[in-house]
Design a binder for this molecule. Sequence first.
Ligand SMILES: [Zn+2]
Length: 462
Amino acid sequence: MNRVTILLAPVAFLFAICLPGATAQQVQISSKPNPQVEKILSEISPANIEAVMRKLVGFGTRHTLSTQDDPKRGVGAAWRWIKEEMDRYSRESGGRLVVVEDAFVQPPTNRFPREAKLVNIVATLPGSQAESKDRIYVVSGHYDSICSPFSDTTCDAPGASDDASGTAVVMEMARVMSKYQFDATLVFMAVTGEEQGLLGATHWAEEAKKKNLNIAAMFTNDIVGNTLGGSGVRDNARIRVFSEGVPTTETEADARIRQSNGGENDGPSRQLARYIKEATERYMNNFEVTLVFRKDRYGRGGDHNAFLQRGFPAVRFTEPNEDFTRQHQKVREEDGVKYGDVIEMVDFPFIAQVARSNAAAMASMALAPTAPSGVSFKSSRQEYNTTVTWKPNTEPDIAGYRIVWRETYQPFWQRSVDVGNVTEFMMKGLSKDDYFFAVQAIDKDGNASVPSFPKPPPRQPR
Ligand SMILES: [Zn+2]
């Protein structure tokens, strides 16, 4: 029993009486653990993460405009090594992981003084189910680093936590997960140019939008290495996940619906964040996801913005307590204070936990059916019961659907009911005035999709 269940046990009893539909089975919101996901998490290795990070830091600087030709130092040496390493994972996966250099010429911008070749390393694990393989989940870290002043392209910029840590999370996930099969497609990206305005992520996300790719979710891991904050607080038992509530790309028509019916806490990225917390805490007893209900830290941004701006759900993973004397600093000691994002500060077992949290959520989504479409209420009228409707999924292994709900002021889904393989269900005694609802699709192995939040039905004449 999780904490929510214990708190709600008396409430659950009441609902059991209120829901006479004997066919409906009351369940916890949490699905059963999937043995494949448990195995993946057990194979994620702090030692591998440490080896990757020591190698990345060893390139001296990975500034986007540092040398590209030196075999040992600079951004070119870094991307060539990441490619080689990912190629090795590909061979170990029997060639199923497809690794490419996503190279492009970046024109100058106000933060990027001259034209340069930029390279993302992108490793794709194609989905194994025909109906699901066009559905894509992306996980990224940025391998570029920076010191100050930002224009200095030669100073040592170890970028251990920002963001060799996120790059190592992505690479370790690619290494482990490419040995398994998923219904949907996974993309593992080490991107560049984050520090000069999300250049690498923007390039890839823009191409994805042009190709009309179905990016169902994107995670960026950025600054996930330190467990000792500059405040002196040490915490290795949780990770922050930032998510926006109202979509960046909300249209005026969407805004009118939201202003009328609510939903400012239920955008696709917020649903994704709740799902990550639930999946992580289902598989990890000693690690928590702290959801932060904002797009990013105050006044700051990251590579997920490039995806949000193009209408793709996306969230950011960041360590719980940052140390600002580390980030973007020249490595030095001043008045007894050590500056610089050095590898001595990071915590490899913690970074492995962050990778497990990412992998638990991403594997769960990629094994599950797509989130239901066309979720709505049968009627926009005032009613004492609420009938939720949706379109049937097309996957051959679909087993049914789960309705989740919560009181409007609650942050997380409180209750759920498995309703079987139907496309309509009446929630007796629950008014849509007082609760938020959403629908998940479930496959025969119990894998559950991210919940879909309803859009209102067309207005009916009174
Ligand atoms: Zn960063």
